[in-house]
Ligand binder design. Structure first.
Ligand code: ZN
Length: 468
């Protein structure tokens, strides 16, 4: 890196007591706009120590931010290179959103030091190994640092708007594509954002402690190596004892799964029968799909009392908030000792990137006349905003500890998002036509996006790969 640049310098003491010099190099006119990036970097370094036990390994960490870098950000070891738009902020000229964006990107690139650099990808097909995982890590960092609920709502709204569209269109592709002509075209929302959702599902499936053990195992076992997505998932399977072989379809199948839910309450037996039917639509090159392993987090809410109902499934008491495993194309779950008819439309949503629908109501046998469950209307797709609050499935593992695991927050459940059009809840941040043009130009030039969701955040063509 060569240029007429000035630096601001700070220091960070690692958990083990080592002193690391931190430098941000910018053009002189930008020297007064680096405070927030430096503070964000230090927060990210501390967070990675606490959430993942990952310390920075060198004595010097540098960020270079230049006005004329034509991409966005790139995680070169010890020397992250940024477009100044992704680093500089000043209270007089930047909004809160800009401050949070800088914090998130600085953290993302820093986190690559472990998930991307120390452990990197064997080949480009494994791109989501580092990007999906690192987006998940930066999402959790931002959630822990700011408002978890706001962060999750923003991410889900954006995901549903932009990635669902990609998954339903002619360029739909799996999180791990099996062929490509130009990998520069694969810096996509699917690789990044859906990849992050898949990692989030893994975290939900195996639980907080096993996820951390799996991550520790992954970093320790593969430090200094170039590995595959299987290596990552295997660590989670070993740490949890769960069979994740079916889960791998999430990496190989494109398209957004659709799940139809049918609920039926039997007054006489006090049983609630829930039938979930999953289907992934055909996508280019993939006419037939296998059923996915989908973690479904749910609770039932009483029609009369409005209260959360305790769940008993297969004789096991699960509390009022449980994760069930959907593995079949159609699967039935029979909840017993359900004291009153639940409101099926308040099923809490899926901790998975799926579309959820209630196409038909089901009338329970033995339902007294006049008390028939009303016919259900189709819901909005996917988890409704608000599901990410305390007690929601979408918490990052590190949030759990802070929030506690009580059944709080149910009263604040949003009404069913009836009639809300898909994608109506957030404008795609990457949707600006000029921005799309930039991406196309970047791709045409062999350039690579590091952050498809963040306008202007790209990595340069010069070895975004971190193969060591
Ligand atoms: Zn990245």
């Amino acid at each position: 890196m060569a240029g007429d640049l000035k630096k601001v310098e700070d220091a960070f003491t690692t958990a083990s007591g080592r002193e690391v010099t931190l430098q941000i190099w910018v053009e002189e006119e930008n020297l007064d706009k680096t405070d927030h990036a430096m503070a964000s970097l230090k927060r990210a370094m501390r967070w990675d120590e606490q959430a993942y036990g990952r310390e920075y390994d060198l004595d010097l960490f540098m960020i270079v931010a230049v006005n004329d870098f034509n991409m966005g950000a790139m995680e070169n070891k010890g020397l992250n290179i940024f477009n100044s738009a992704a680093v500089l902020t000043h209270p007089h000229t930047a909004t809160d959103v800009a401050f949070q964006r800088v914090e998130s990107i600085v953290a993302h690139e820093y986190f690559h030091n472990w998930s991307g650099n120390r452990v990197t990808c064997r080949d480009w097909f494994q791109l989501s190994l580092k990007e999906g995982f690192t987006v998940f890590r930066d999402q959790c960092f931002s959630a822990d640092t700011n408002s978890p609920a706001v962060k999750r709502i923003e991410d889900v709204a954006f995901f549903r708007t932009a990635q669902f569209a990609e998954d339903a269109g002619p360029t739909a592709h799996p999180v791990r594509p099996d062929h490509y002509i130009e990998i520069g075209n694969f810096y996509t929302l699917t690789i990044y954002e859906k990849g992050a959702e898949v990692v989030r599902m893994l975290a939900n499936l195996v639980g907080e402690e096993a996820f951390r053990r799996g991550a520790d195992r992954y970093f320790e076992r593969f430090d200094g190596q170039a590995v595959t997505i299987e290596d990552f998932v295997d660590c989670m399977a070993e740490a949890s004892g769960l069979d994740l072989s079916q889960f791998m379809h999430w990496y190989s199948q494109a398209g957004t799964p659709e799940i139809d839910a049918f609920g039926e309450y039997d007054y006489a037996k006090a049983e609630y029968r829930l039938i979930l039917r999953q289907r992934t639509p055909a996508t280019p090159d993939q006419p037939d799909k296998q059923p996915l392993h989908i973690p479904v987090r749910l609770g039932l809410v009483g029609t009369k009392s409005g209260r959360d109902l305790p769940l008993t499934l297969d004789g096991e008491a699960l509390g009022s908030d449980a994760v069930i495993h959907l593995r079949e194309a159609e699967q039935e779950f029979l909840f017993t000792d359900v004291s009153e008819a639940p409101v099926p439309s308040l099923l809490r949503g899926f901790s998975a990137p799926v579309k959820l629908r209630f196409p038909y109501g089901r009338e329970g046998p033995g339902l007294p006349a006049g008390q028939r469950l009303r016919r259900l209307q189709p819901l909005g797709f996917g988890p409704a905003p608000g599901h990410a609050g305390p007690g929601r499935p979408d918490r990052c593992p590190s949030q759990r500890r802070r929030e506690g695991d009580g059944p709080a927050g149910h009263r604040g459940l949003p009404r069913p998002a009836r009639g809300r059009a898909r994608g109506s809840c957030g404008a795609g941040r990457d949707d600006h036509p000029a921005q799309r043009g930039l991406h196309r130009r970047a791709a045409a030039a062999g350039g690579r996006r590091c952050h498809p969701r963040r306008p202007g955040v790209h990595a340069s063509r010069a070895g975004h790969g971190t193969a060591r």
